[in-house]
Design a protein around this ligand. Structure first.
Ligand code: 4AD
Ligand code: MG
Length: 429
């Protein structure tokens, strides 16, 4: 039976067998050091010439970078090893001897690596990022399960837009025009009226001509929607949620964070409550620091970074001007120029990771918004129904998975946080 690198600590002193790939090899003439990986982790196998048959020695010698093999060996504890263990190899069975591997130890340009993304994901660094992505996904499900939320799946093919018409992906739906979902929110509002507290977790699409380190064309979003929850309570759930996810990764992925050389002290600090400032306070803060921005304008990435630098935790910016936010956001009853919304800005320059708000629950106001935003009343008829039949205060938000993973991992660009990124100029592989 095969074991895995992740489980190897349970077999110290025993002989185990692994299915593995060779990612690197060093040889001193009498000893070969096989750097092995099996997807669950990385371990060094040591082959000593004097202790193995000539056939086995040659089999080990024949292994090229990324050759696949079954390897048997005795597990030793080794403090110097990153994984804490080493394998004294007793058997090498090559499965396939790999052709010359395109990704070598020398520096490669980003475009080259992106062209070889299907192979690049095998590297130590990419394995760490993708395994943290997986842990974040687990944490999301556990958080909402513990709190009694239902998982609901909104459609991906939609007849209308949810977040403005400028970033829609058009597609043909038989003889109608359809769009790929930008956000499941409107459907999640319907689901909240049926099930109370719900969340979705799926792919979303934005045909955004942005070429920044934070933008993907296809990204995954977690969208909770909650009946009888106002803006204030939604913020508390958001800060609990983000704290939970970060603490979960710290607990479950120490080796991966170390491999990424992430400064974990910054993450340990991510515990609710988070600081809050209003949009108006943020504008004043920026103006005082010499930024040229006026009340009513939206923040760019440099503004978000400047604000985030003032705090050592994620920070909520609340109460944005009504004019720069989505049609469905509820105006603040004490000042209708602003809406009951918040963006959560991650520390260390990672930008907005959550956008959320309380939703308009009043039928007449929603009808007015349809007119102001020139929304086709027929296409959005069903969404008005939610305000006709038992309307209740409700709030929700969307957390971007890739930006969150990028921040937790400390990656330079979101392209590393999704297995096969879709970018402005990239659909391959
Ligand atoms: O702020 P956004 O556009 O909000 C919504 O879509 C709401 N309907 C969510 C809701 O209330 N249910 O997007 C939410 C989050 C952003 O904060 C960001 O983390 C991520 O989605 N996001 C992107 N991530 C990567 N690439 C892009 N192009 C993104 N656009 C948004
Ligand atoms: Mg937003």
């Amino acid at each position: 039976m095969l074991t895995t690198v992740a489980q190897i600590g349970k077999h110290v002193g025993e002989e185990v067998r692994l299915g593995a790939w060779l990612f690197n090899k060093r040889s001193s003439g009498k000893i070969q050091f096989l750097q092995l990986r099996d997807g669950t982790g990385f371990i060094q196998g040591v082959v000593v010439k004097q202790e193995v048959t000539p056939e086995m020695w040659d089999a080990a010698k024949s292994l090229t970078q990324e050759s696949s093999l079954y390897v048997t060996g005795i597990v030793r504890e080794d403090e110097r090893a990153k994984s804490g263990y080493e394998l004294t190899v007793t058997g090498v069975d090559p499965i396939q001897i790999a052709e010359e591997y395109p990704i070598t130890k020398k520096e490669h340009g980003v475009e080259f690596l992106m062209d070889h993304r299907h192979l690049w994901i095998r590297s130590m660094r990419q394995q760490a990022v993708l395994s943290i992505r997986s842990a974040v996904i687990q944490a999301v499900y556990e958080f909402f399960k513990e709190r009694g939320f239902y998982k609901v799946d909104p459609p991906i093919l939609t007849p209308t837009s949810a977040e403005g018409t400028t970033t829609l992906f058009h597609t043909q739906y038989f003889d109608e025009e359809a769009y790929l979902s930008q956000s499941g929110q409107l459907y999640m509002e319907a689901a909240a009226m049926a099930l109370g507290r719900v969340f979705s977790f799926g792919p979303t699409f934005r045909a955004e001509k942005s070429k920044t380190r934070r933008h993907l064309i296809e990204f995954w979003m977690i969208e909770p929607e909650m009946a009888f929850v106002d803006h204030e309570e939604s913020l508390r759930i958001q800060e609990d949620f983000v704290s939970y996810v970060v603490q979960y990764v710290l607990k479950n992925c120490p080796l991966e964070l170390k491999r990424l050389e992430r400064d974990t002290s910054k993450l340990e600090n991510v515990k609710a409550p988070f600081p809050r400032i209003t949009y108006t306070e943020a504008i004043e803060m920026l103006q005082k620091d010499g930024h040229e921005i006026q009340w009513g304008e939206d923040f760019g990435a440099p503004h978000e970074t400047a604000i985030a630098e003032k705090f050592d935790k994620p920070v909520f910016i609340t109460h944005y001007p009504t004019g720069i936010k989505a049609f469905y956001m509820k105006p603040d009853p004490t000042n209708p120029d602003v809406v009951l919304c918040a963006d959560l800005i991650a520390p260390e320059g990672y930008g907005e990771i959550i956008g959320g708000s309380q939703r308009i629950d009043d039928l007449e106001l929603m009808k007015k918004r349809y007119e102001e935003h020139d929304l086709n009343p027929q296409a959005y008829q069903w969404y008005l129904d939610l305000r006709k039949y038992g309307s209740v205060p409700h709030s929700g938000f969307g957390l971007g998975l890739e930006r969150t993973v990028g921040w937790i991992c400390g990656t330079e660009h979101v392209r590393e946080t999704i297995p096969f990124p879709r970018l402005l100029n990239r659909l391959y592989p």
